[in-house]
Design a binder for this molecule. Sequence first.
Ligand code: SF4
Length: 373
Amino acid sequence: MSTLADLLEARTAEAEPTLVEPIERGRIRCYACGHECPIPEGAAGVCKVRFVREGRLHVPWGYVGGVQCDPIEKKPFFHAHPGALAYSFGMLGCDLHCSYCQNWVTSQALRDPQAISPPLTASPAALVADAKRLDARVVVSTYNEPLITSEWAVAIFKEARRAGLMTGFVSNGNGTERVLHFIRPHIDLYKVDLKSFDDKHYRQLGGRIEPILFTIRRLYELGVWLEIVTLLIPGFNNGIDELKRLTAFIASVSPDIPWHVTAFHKDYRMSDPENTTPEMLMEAAEIAKQAGLRYVYAGNIPGGVGDLENTRCHQCSTLLIERYGYLIRSYTIAPDGTCPACATPIPGRWGTQFDGQIASSPFLPGTRRLRTF
Ligand code: SF4
């Protein structure tokens, strides 16, 4: 019987040439993520989905681990076409191993025997046609870490751009100069999960903080629309000093970058910490505002965080977008992307009008263009 690893091994293409480099002792260095693994013949990188055979780096191709239609607010992007539908696909595997992962079925499929997620054969044309059929405005690579499957995402994004759709990554931000350079011509939106501001915490999750901070700075310089999320986990990353440093860092890149601080619910293997309370989110949001961030949101507790689900003009405080969870209740941003009261430009990617909301909760698109192995 084929294992999941066997199935995935058959679904590969050769890596993008700029993401590989032959190094000493016949190894190949991969630059798709911040690990920059030196991979010997016959072995795989930390992510377990990129591997070397006969001197070549093979990378995931031709499948998805799952597809779902999400409100763009779920990604979350709050400053990019509010109300739009985000056609969201994932592959399998991740370069970190966060015990609280909310996408563990796809991200940990090759590490955790309980995480069973059969791959579905797919093509860029079929995925994009499906996205168009459902009136999606954005195609998003998410659910697993998209950087480690960048080649496949770029193939889909090229097709999506040709069809007039926007594109995005929902990512842990463990990038490199090379991979950001590779994706930049094809990507509009990028969400980075900034999990902590402590390198020790990142090492517990299997990473380092420096590549994530690099990615945030670089994406901003490259002009990709960037929003940052921190899942607030009591006892892990909610120390006041850590939150001060984390939010000051974001503000130092730009006070216009939206920061979402979201509530942890006991999940996967991390059942020790208590759930995040609305008060904890509000305290973190206050720290962020004091650090200078202009657009601060609290998530995962709809209706429980006061005004922190809404967008207000940072200049005059006029209510611009009112939300309840992922639901848009009102929208008043002017057609030129400014505040209707004081004409201050509001950072983001806005349409000339609000086109309504196709769905305020996720739904499955159906599987008629996809088949399982
Ligand atoms: S994507 Fe990252 S973890 Fe995977 S092989 Fe490349 S450098 Fe290593």
